[in-house]
Design a protein around this ligand. Structure first.
Ligand SMILES: [Zn+2]
Length: 488
């Protein structure tokens, strides 16, 4: 008998502090795929779906891609949009039943207008539809805020073990191999969630550096224990006011001993003793500019407050304004502003015209500047290297590249995408090595793409809905006590 496995997911990281709702158009402009189109998009990509397909194909298991919907991180998903996605996914799943198992691909930090734990909600419906005898196994982004319902509704969830996430395909393979073990009746995984009493600052979530490098090393050492199948260290996503916000650990085991609970407790003890290390430095722009002349160029300057990968708009000119004022550091910045792309299209190449950008949205500060049009074009490009997010095809919509009188370059885009690929610059004639400073709207994720050309990396505490200090946000729903909000 040839086994048949459904593959599906709704993937979104929702910033509940954003005033914008995420709507169906955001998914249509991202990825909203059904059936074999999912295989075509991801089979070769450094994405968990590609890893899952590779392993299941290798074992001659029939993979039935059902539906996969993904949008750039943003505000909560509107009720109407979630209804459409969920209705579509459940009816497509119904059409392919019966199945022997289901591979699932949630992000783990999706929030809709109606469901704070949107992932827990749709996973519980998939479980209800399939029954408890059918294995449901999948992946998570370590920026998940993991709920008990997500754990109860699935047999095993395995998170990427890197940030920037360059192991997404590998993680998909681990999850699919576990599915194979279940189908062969060689394992029936059990998982246990330990919610930790702290939220790790996004600034300290890079697994290339301490404290996360050592933390992940410690977790890998525990994974060698007898009976343990996988341990996922979940960093958490601080920009969501939900009950399950914060860091956690998922231990998947063969269910034969009590190692699961004990291992979760040991990781809790490890991290609690070192909690101050997970707070971050929060460097402001003045201190960064004081030392920038001595640094090796180009400097990758990470705009923490306008982090698109955490749901910020990507339209802030705060760092550009500071570098224009300084005057002697040539910089590149990408800004999402469809209106300005439209304005640029009304001009000829080399024309000068005035644009108004946003410097600090909360202070309602416009930033007006004259620019010269250098290039107009279609902003589609692709990436073949393992990069954060695992996507292969990107679309910025129509783009305009302009330069300022001080020689700074601004790429204006009409669609929002996260800065996860250097092709975003190089495919459009921008050579990052010619700049002193390259600004990217992220915190850790862009490092995978930019570190090959930027020897110096600086995270800057800037204003915005993803600003570095999470204690500045007002939470009503998070668990307590939670460090650094309360002492633990
Ligand atoms: Zn992530």
């Amino acid at each position: 008998m040839r086994f048949k496995i459904a593959l599906l997911g709704i993937y979104h990281e929702s910033n509940t502090f954003s005033e914008e709702l995420t709507v169906i158009e955001n998914f249509l402009r991202g990825h909203y795929l059904k059936g074999e189109a999912i295989r075509r998009e991801y089979e070769q990509a450094h994405h968990e779906i590609g890893g899952m397909i590779e392993v299941l194909d290798k074992h001659n298991i029939r993979v039935v891609p059902v539906m996969y919907a993904e949008a750039t991180p943003g505000g909560r998903i509107s009720s109407e949009t979630y209804d459409i996605l969920l209705g579509d996914m459940m009816s497509e799943l119904e059409n392919v039943l019966p199945v022997d198992g289901c591979m699932i691909v949630p992000h783990g930090a999706a929030v809709s207008e109606d469901f704070q734990d949107m992932d827990g909600h749709w996973l519980s419906l998939v479980r209800e539809k399939l029954g408890k005898e059918i294995p449901i196994i999948g992946t998570l982004d370590p920026h998940a805020n993991v709920s008990k319902l997500m754990i109860e509704s699935t047999n095993a969830l395995i998170a990427y073990a890197t940030n920037p996430h360059v192991d997404q395909r590998e993680t998909g393979k681990i999850a699919a191999n576990l599915m194979v073990e279940c189908l062969m009746k060689r394992a029936w995984p059990r998982q246990e969630l330990t919610q930790l009493p702290l939220a790790i600052s996004i600034e300290q979530q890079c697994t290339l550096n301490d404290p996360c490098k050592s933390l992940y090393g410690y977790v890998r050492s525990l994974e060698k224990r007898k009976g343990i199948l996988s341990i996922s260290m979940i960093l958490g996503f601080p920009y969501a006011d939900v009950e399950e916000m914060g860091s956690s650990v998922i231990v998947v085991s063969d269910g034969k001993g009590d190692t699961q609970r004990q291992t979760g407790d040991e990781i809790r003890a490890y991290i609690t003793c070192r909690k101050e290390g997970f707070n971050g430095d929060k460097k402001n722009i003045s201190s960064v500019l004081d030392s920038i002349d001595q640094l090796v160029k180009p400097v990758l300057m990470l705009d923490m407050g306008d982090n698109i990968g955490a749901g910020a708009p990507g339209d802030s000119a705060f760092l550009l304004e500071k570098l224009e004022e300084k005057g002697d550091c040539r910089c590149f910045i990408c800004i999402y502003d469809p209106t300005l792309v439209g304005l640029a299209e009304e001009h000829d190449l080399n024309d000068w015209f005035d644009i108004s950008l946003i410097s600090d949205k909360r202070a309602n500060m416009p930033y007006n500047i004259s620019v010269q049009l250098k290039r107009l074009g279609d902003g589609r490009f692709n990436e073949s290297n393992p990069r954060h997010g695992g996507q292969a095809n990107f679309d910025m919509g129509k783009i305009a590249i302009v330069s300022t009188r001080k020689g700074n370059t601004i790429m204006l885009t009409s669609l929002r995408i996260s800065p996860f690929s250097l092709k975003q610059l190089t495919a459009f004639g921008v050579d990052p090595s010619l700049y002193d400073v390259v600004i990217a709207k992220g915190v850790n994720a862009p490092i995978a793409a930019y570190s090959p050309v930027c020897p110096t990396i600086l995270q800057v505490d800037t204003p915005g809905i993803t600003q570095a200090d999470m204690t500045k946000f007002s939470f009503k729903n998070r668990r307590k006590p939670l460090y650094p909000f309360e002492e633990i």
